[in-house]
Design a protein around this ligand. Structure first.
Ligand code: 13P
Length: 338
C-alpha cells in the first residue's frame, strides 16, 4: 500500500497537475446555467465522464478532485467514474469540506465547516478509492478584512482537517485561498502579497501544532495577483516574482508540491503565470496546477450539453491540460496556443 509520502509525490509528478472537478452542486449549476444546460445528476455525470475519458488525462493529469456525488457515479458503460480515473493512471481525490459559511460577528468573512463526522467520512471515502482530499478556506481582502479571527479560525480548521486525513492514510490538499474575485476586490498585488504571507504563516503554525507531516500534504494556494477590480494590473513577471517571494518566505521545503488554484484568472493567464515561475526560478518544491475553471472553461463552452460535441470538448480540454503540463515544466510558450 502506498504511503502518504508516495501519494503526495505522485500527485505532483513532473509535467502533470491536478484537475479540480469538485464543484459543489450549487457551483456546477452556475457553470451549467452559463451554457443553458439543466443541472441534474445525469448531466453532471455525463459532463465529468467526458473529461475523465479525454486523452490528456494520461499525460498531463496526476489526480482529479471529485465532489462526493461523483465518487458514487458510474459512466455510460457502467464503469465507476473512480475506476475510469484510476485506469488513466491518475489518482482520485475528494473535496471533504462543507463549504465556507458566514463567520459569526465578522460581516463579509467566512469560516469553512465540515469537521464534525469527518473521521468517519474519510474512512468511507478511502474505501471508495479516494487517496487524497481537499479542504478550501477563503480569505477576502477589503475594508478591515481579513480579521485576525478569520485567519486564525480558517487556519485552525485546515490543520484539524489535515491531521484527520493523514490519520486515515489520505493526503490532505491544504487550500487557503486569498480571493482575487468578489464585488469589492480592489486590492493591489502588494496587498495580496502581504495577506497571503500572513495567511500562510498562520496555516503553517497551525499545521505544526496539529503535528501534520509536511511531506505528506500538498499546498493549494492562490497566486499573488491584484484583485479583479484593481485598476493597476500586474505583468506576468511581477506575478511570478511576488508569488515566488511569498512562498519562499512561508512554505517549508519539506512540502513536496504547491498546486495552484486559478481563482478567476483567464485560462492563458493561469498558464503563463505558472510557466513563468517554473522557467525562471530555482525552487525547493514542485510547482504545478490544480485548476478548476482555467482547465475546464473552454471544454464546458464547447460541450454545451450536447453529446455530439463530446469529441470537440475533449480536444479543448486536452489542449488546456497539455499547455498546463508544459507550464509545470517551464516549457510553455504563447506560440503553442494557436
Ligand atoms: P479554480 O481553479 O476555478 O479557482 O478552482 C480550483 C478549486 O478547486 C477551488 O477550490
Amino acid at each position: 500500500m502506498s504511503t502518504i509520502h508516495d501519494i503526495a509525490s505522485a500527485m505532483v509528478k513532473q509535467g502533470q497537475g491536478l484537475l479540480a472537478a469538485d464543484e459543489s452542486t450549487g457551483t456546477i449549476k452556475k457553470r451549467f446555467d452559463s451554457i443553458h444546460v439543466d443541472c441534474t445528476a445525469a448531466s453532471r455525470c455525463e459532463y465529468r465522464e467526458m473529461l475523465f475519458r479525454s486523452d490528456a488525462m494520461k499525460e498531463a493529469v496526476s489526480g482529479v478532485i471529485l465532489f462526493e456525488e461523483t465518487l458514487n457515479q458510474t459512466g455510460s458503460d457502467g464503469t465507476r467514474l473512480v475506476d475510469l480515473i484510476t485506469a488513466t493512471g491518475a489518482i482520485p481525490g475528494v473535496k471533504v469540506d462543507k463549504g465556507a459559511k458566514p463567520l459569526a460577528g465578522h460581516p463579509g468573512e467566512t469560516v469553512t465547516e465540515g469537521l464534525d463526522g469527518l473521521r468517519e467520512r474519510l474512512a468511507e471515502y478511502h474505501d471508495k478509492g479516494a487517496r487524497f482530499a481537499k479542504w478550501r478556506s477563503v480569505i477576502s481582502i477589503g475594508d478591515g478584512r481579513p480579521s485576525w479571527n478569520a485567519v486564525k479560525a480558517n487556519a485552525h480548521g485546515l490543520a484539524r482537517y489535515a491531521a484527520l486525513c493523514q490519520e486515515a492514510g489520505i493526503v490532505p490538499i491544504v487550500e487557503p485561498e486569498v480571493a482575487m474575485d468578489g464585488p469589492d476586490a480592489k486590492h493591489d498585488i502588494d496587498q495580496c502579497a502581504e495577506v497571503s504571507r500572513w495567511v500562510l504563516s498562520a496555516v503553517f503554525n497551525e499545521l505544526y501544532d496539529a503535528k501534520v507531516d509536511l511531506e505528506g500534504m500538498i499546498l493549494k494556494p492562490n497566486m499573488v495577483v491584484p484583485g479583479q477590480h484593481c485598476a493597476k494590473r500586474a505583468s506576468i513577471e511581477e506575478v511570478a516574482e511576488k508569488t515566488i517571494a511569498c512562498f519562499k518566505a512561508e512554505v517549508p521545503a519539506a512540502v513536496p508540491g504547491i498546486a495552484f488554484l486559478s481563482g478567476g484568472q483567464t485560462d492563458l493567464e493561469a498558464t503563463a503565470h505558472l510557466n513563468a515561475m517554473n522557467a525562471a526560478y530555482d525552487l525547493p518544491w514542485v510547482l504545478t496546477f490544480s485548476y478548476g475553471r482555467a482547465l475546464q472553461a473552454s471544454a464546458l463552452k464547447t460541450w454545451c450539453g450536447k453529446s455530439e460535441n463530446t469529441a470537440a470538448a475533449q480536444k479543448a480540454f486536452d489542449h488546456r491540460a497539455r499547455m498546463n503540463g508544459l507550464a509545470a515544466c517551464g516549457k510553455w510558450s504563447d506560440s503553442l496556443e494557436v
